[in-house]
Each structure stands twice: as structure tokens, then as C-alpha cells.
Ligand binder design. Sequence first.
Ligand SMILES: NC(=O)c1ccc[n+]([C@@H]2O[C@H](COP(=O)([O-])OP(=O)(O)OC[C@H]3O[C@@H](n4cnc5c(N)ncnc54)[C@H](OP(=O)(O)O)[C@@H]3O)[C@@H](O)[C@H]2O)c1
Length: 246
Amino acid sequence: MRVAVVGATGLIGSRTVARLRDHGVEVVPVSRADGVDVSTGQGLERALRGAEVIVDVTDAPSREQTVSTRFFTASTGHLLKAAAAAGAEHYVALSVVGTDLVGSGYFRAKAAQEDLARHATVPCTLVRATPFHESVEAIATDGIRPDGVHVPPLLVRPVSTDDVAAAVAHAAVGLPRFGVLEVAGPQELRLEEATGELLAVLGRTGPVVADAQAPFFGAVVGERTLLPGPDAHLGHHTFTEWLKSR
Ligand SMILES: NC(=O)c1ccc[n+]([C@@H]2O[C@H](COP(=O)([O-])OP(=O)(O)OC[C@H]3O[C@@H](n4cnc5c(N)ncnc54)[C@H](OP(=O)(O)O)[C@@H]3O)[C@@H](O)[C@H]2O)c1
């Protein structure tokens, strides 16, 4: 089986490439360094030639709604066209848990990506992941204000990039689901508490402020919106382990 991993240099892409190769799968890593730009489609048809499975783990240059929607609409259109031209049998895209529920910010961009994939001629699997451990830090950094670190009061299941890559690789070697597969971290936490633990590990002082208007990926989201459904695959690596490894 020949699998093209588009976004192969990224957090998930690099781990997905390694995981597939460990299992003897022939992998074609694709990124801008190889002369491929998914935003314009440049180099894609050549890069995907002969691939049976296309894995899309690219990301937009920003979480801002307009920028990210433009990126995922263009890139997914180009990828699906090139996948069809290559005769690919399966398109796997990595999305975000809650994408169908939020409707704004970065979630809107991921919904546009999912819609294109669902209506394409190439059969698809949409792997939706909960926020990565690294995203807890990104949200905390975005929330720095004079009176403390503002984060939305949410329940989260932060997941490790290794667990997400394992789920993506597993999906890539399986049959298309024509739908969604969720992957989540093993622990349910309050984002405020996880942020407090992170700040303590970083040696930063100052309070964490639960702020219902603080955005998550550019959107205001409900308390349980980022939790997966009961059938989600749960990863092994905890947020506490990730904090210790930093
Ligand atoms: N962060 C989270 O908490 C979270 C949660 C759930 C799902 N996800 C999803 O996970 C996916 C992967 O995220 P990540 O953190 O692994 O991303 P990342 O580390 O930022 O990597 C992005 C990849 O996309 C490639 N790329 C970007 N623009 C490109 C372009 N114009 N043409 C070709 N390649 C391009 C980059 O390659 P270059 O080397 O060319 O830059 C890189 O390989 C995203 O789609 C995101 O929505 C993220």
C-alpha cells in the first residue's frame, strides 16, 4: 500500500510518517520543501501519482476564521482533485472534535474541509481529534492579560500528538469509514485547571481567569463542546505525563 502524507513535516504528519513506516507501509511524504503547495495546487498531481491513500494533516497559517477557511477550502479542493486524478481509493483528513457544533472561528474552516471531503468522489475518513496537549499552552499564551491568563471554562480531553498520529495511521491502512472517527485524551480535565498546572510547571505566577468570552481556536464554545462522543478512541498519554516531559 502506498500512502501519501500531505503535511509530512508537521507535528502530526512527522509522527504519522514514522508510524506507517514502522509498520512497513510505503510512504510518500509531501510538504512545501518538496515543491508542493496545497493552497495553489502546485506540484500536487505529480506528488500524489500512484498513491492509493492520501492523508491530509496540513494546517492553515492562522486560526483566524477568514484565513483558515480560505486555506482549507482551497487546499482540500486541490487535494481532492489531485487524489481523484491519481485514482486514490481513500482520503483521510484530520479534523477537530466539535467542528459540527461551533460554526465560527477555526471550526468553521474545518467544517468547510469536512464538507468538501464528504461530497468528494474519493471515499473519505474524517479523524476528529480533541485539542492536543500543545494547544493548552497555545490557548494560555493567547489569553495573557494584565490581570492573569484568561481561558474559557471548558471541559477538555487533551490528547498527545503520538496518540493522534497512531489513530491517523490506523485510519489510513483501514477501509474508508465514509464518516467520522474520534480520538481523545485519556483524562477529562477543566481547561482552567490544566492551564494552572501548566503555568506552575513553567514557573509562572498570576491567576488563571475563567472567562466565558475567551476564545478557543477563534470561537466562543460551550462547556462540553470539545468532548468526544462515547465511541471515541481514547489515547494512552496523559496531560500530566506531557507536563513532566516538557
Ligand atoms: N492543534 C490541535 O489541538 C488540533 C486538534 C485537532 C485537530 N487538529 C488538526 O491537526 C492537523 C495538523 O496539525 P499540526 O499541528 O500537525 O500542524 P503543523 O505542525 O502546523 O503542520 C502543518 C503541516 O502543513 C504543511 N503545510 C502548511 N501549509 C502548506 C501548504 N501551503 N502547502 C503544503 N503544505 C503545507 C506544513 O508543511 P511545511 O513544512 O511546508 O510548512 C506542515 O507539514 C490540522 O489540520 C489541525 O486542524 C489540530
